[in-house]
Ligand binder design. Structure first.
Ligand SMILES: *[C@@H]1O[C@H](CO)[C@@H](O)[C@H](O)[C@H]1NC(C)=O
Ligand SMILES: *[C@@H]1O[C@H](CO)[C@@H](O)[C@H](O)[C@H]1NC(C)=O
Ligand SMILES: *[C@@H]1O[C@H](CO)[C@@H](O)[C@H](O)[C@H]1NC(C)=O
Ligand SMILES: *[C@@H]1O[C@H](CO)[C@@H](O)[C@H](O)[C@H]1NC(C)=O
Ligand SMILES: *[C@@H]1O[C@H](CO)[C@@H](O)[C@H](O)[C@H]1NC(C)=O
Length: 394
C-alpha cells in the first residue's frame, strides 16, 4: 500500500513536466529532504551548516509527523553529544557563535523527550559556553568569533545564538529579566550600528573598536548588505519573537525591527525574477557579477510567509511578494537530478565572511555550490510554510 503510493507519486513526478510552484505534484519539502538524506549529504557534525538543515527538517517533521525525519535528527544529534553533555570535537579555546546553533535542535529534542537527561545536559553546556566564555564588546555584544574577530558582531551570529538563548530562557528561566534584556541587547547593538535608516537594510556586521580594515569610521559597519547575513537576521528576529515574553519591552521592539526589514525586502525584491540579489546595496544590484542568490531568497521567503501566517505582516501586502519568490525558487533553484528521482538545490553561495576587506569583489568572487545545507534548510522552512498556506486554500 505504502509502496504503491510512493511508486505512484514518483511516477507522477517523472511524467509531469517541470511546473510552477502552484501546480507542483509533490511537496518540495519532503521531496528535497528525502533527496538530501538518501544522497548521504549530511555529515554527523555539530557545525551550523548541518544545524541549519536540522532546523528545516524539524519543520518538515512538525508538519508531516513522518517518524523517519525525527529519527534522522535524533541519530545525528546523539552522535555528537558526549556523556558529560559536551559536544564531540569541542575546542575549549575557540569561542564562536556558529558553535551554538546546534543548541536549538538539542532543545527541540529536550522538549520532545524531557526525561532524557543528556539533551538537557548538552543545552546547559552550550548555554554556559555562551554566557560565561564568549567574549563581549565593551557594550556587551557577543564577539562573533574569539580570538579571530575581536569586537565584531555579524548579523549571522544573531541566528546562531539568538533563538537558542531565547528558547533556553523560555524553557528554564522564563522570569529572569536579566536574560531577556541580554538577548534584546544583542539585537539592539546591530540595529544601532548596521541598520541604514533610509533604506531599512542592514550591513553584514560591525566592529565596535573600528579597527577592522572594512570598518566604517563612524558606525564601525562593514561596507555591504549581503543577502544571507540579512537572511539569518530576518529569521532570528521572527524566531526569537516567538519565545519573547509579551510583557517585556523587547517584544514590541523586535517585532518592529522585523516589520521594518520586511518592508525593505518588499521594496528590494527584483522585479524581473522575484528573487533578491547577492549584494543588495543601492547601485550594486544588476551590476556585473552580481546575481540572484538562493539561500537568502529562501530565508526571506520563509520569514515573509511565517510573518503573514502569524498575523505580523499584512497578508494582502506580503503574500504576493512571497508567492513570487517561492515560484522563482522552484523554477530556478530546484532541479531534477539527472534521470533519477532526486532533486538538487542550486545557487547557494558557499560562504561570506568579514575576514578580508568585505568589498563587492570579495562577495561576488565566492563560488556557488549545489545542495548546500545552508540553502536547503531555509528552503525546507519556506516550503513547509508554503504547503501550510496551500492547505488552507483547498
Ligand atoms: C544525484 O544522482 C547521483 C547519480 O545517481 C547520485 O549519486 C546522487 O546521490 C544524487 N543526488 C541527490 C541529491 O539526489
Ligand atoms: C516544531 O514544533 C515545536 C513544538 O511546537 C516548536 O517549538 C518548534 O519551533 C517547531 N519548529 C519549527 C522549525 O517550526
Ligand atoms: C567532557 O568529556 C570530554 C571527553 O572525555 C572531555 O574532553 C571534556 O574535557 C569534558 N568536558 C567537561 C566540561 O568536563
Ligand atoms: C538570571 O540569569 C543570569 C544568567 O544566567 C544569572 O546570573 C542570574 O543569577 C539569574 N537571575 C535570577 C534571579 O535567577
Ligand atoms: C543608505 O541608504 C541610502 C538609500 O538607499 C543610500 O543612498 C546610502 O548610500 C545608504 N548608506 C550606506 C552607508 O550604505
Amino acid at each position: 500500500m505504502q509502496l504503491n503510493f510512493i511508486l505512484l507519486v514518483s511516477l507522477w513526478a517523472t511524467i509531469l513536466p517541470k511546473t510552477s510552484a502552484q501546480q507542483s505534484s509533490r511537496p518540495y519539502s519532503t521531496w528535497l529532504a528525502d533527496s538530501i538524506i538518501s544522497a548521504n549529504l549530511v555529515p554527523q557534525t555539530r557545525w551550523y551548516t548541518e544545524a541549519t538543515f536540522y532546523r528545516g527538517l524539524e519543520s518538515v517533521y512538525n508538519h508531516t509527523s513522518f517518524q523517519k525525519y525525527l529519527d534522522f535528527i535524533i541519530a545525528q544529534i546523539d552522535a555528537i553529544i558526549l556523556p558529560n553533555g559536551s559536544l564531540k570535537g569541542w575546542d575549549y579555546n575557540d569561542h564562536q557563535l556558529d558553535n551554538i546553533r546546534v543548541g536549538s535542535t538539542i532543545l527541540y529534542l529536550h522538549t520532545l523527550f524531557p526525561s532524557i537527561q543528556i539533551y538537557r545536559a548538552a543545552a546547559d553546556f552550550l548555554h554556559d559556553q555562551l554566557l560565561n566564555h564568549q567574549k563581549r564588546t565593551p557594550s556587551g555584544g557577543f564577539w562573533h568569533k574569539d580570538p579571530k574577530y575581536p569586537n565584531q558582531m555579524w548579523l549571522d551570529g544573531l541566528f546562531m545564538a539568538g533563538p537558542f538563548s531565547a528558547t533556553y530562557a523560555s524553557l528554564f528561566d522564563r522570569n529572569n529579566k536579566t536574560l531577556w534584556d541580554d538577548i534584546l541587547l544583542q539585537f539592539e547593538l546591530v540595529e544601532q550600528h548596521c541598520r541604514n535608516k533610509t533604506n531599512g537594510m542592514l550591513k553584514h556586521g560591525y566592529d565596535e573598536s573600528k579597527k577592522a580594515v572594512w570598518a566604517d569610521k563612524v558606525t564601525g559597519a562593514s561596507p555591504h548588505v549581503w543577502i544571507r547575513a540579512q537572511g539569518w537576521y530576518f529569521m532570528a528576529l521572527i524566531d526569537v519573537l516567538g519565545w519573547f515574553p509579551r510583557d517585556h519591552e523587547g517584544y514590541g521592539r523586535i517585532k518592529g525591527w522585523f516589520i521594518w526589514l520586511a518592508e525593505a525586502l518588499k521594496r528590494e525584491q527584483d522585479v524581473k525574477s522575484g528573487g533578491w540579489w547577492l549584494v543588495m546595496d543601492e547601485g550594486f544590484v544588476e551590476r556585473e557579477g552580481n546575481y540572484i542568490e538562493s539561500s537568502g531568497t529562501a530565508m526571506y521567503t520563509y520569514g515573509l510567509l511565517r510573518g503573514v501566517r502569524e498575523g505580523i505582516l499584512d497578508r494582502e501586502e506580503y503574500l504576493p511578494v512571497a508567492e513570487r519568490a517561492y515560484e522563482v525558487m522552484t523554477e530556478k533553484f530546484v532541479a531534477r537530478n539527472g534521470t533519477n528521482r532526486g532533486i538538487n538545490w542550486e545557487g547557494t553561495v558557499r560562504v561570506g565572511s568579514l575576514d578580508g576587506n568585505g568589498d563587492y569583489e570579495y562577495y561576488i568572487g565566492i563560488n556557488r555550490v549545489e545542495n548546500s545545507l545552508i540553502g536547503v534548510g531555509p528552503f525546507l522552512l519556506a516550503s513547509v510554510e508554503w504547503e501550510r498556506y496551500q492547505a488552507t486554500r483547498l
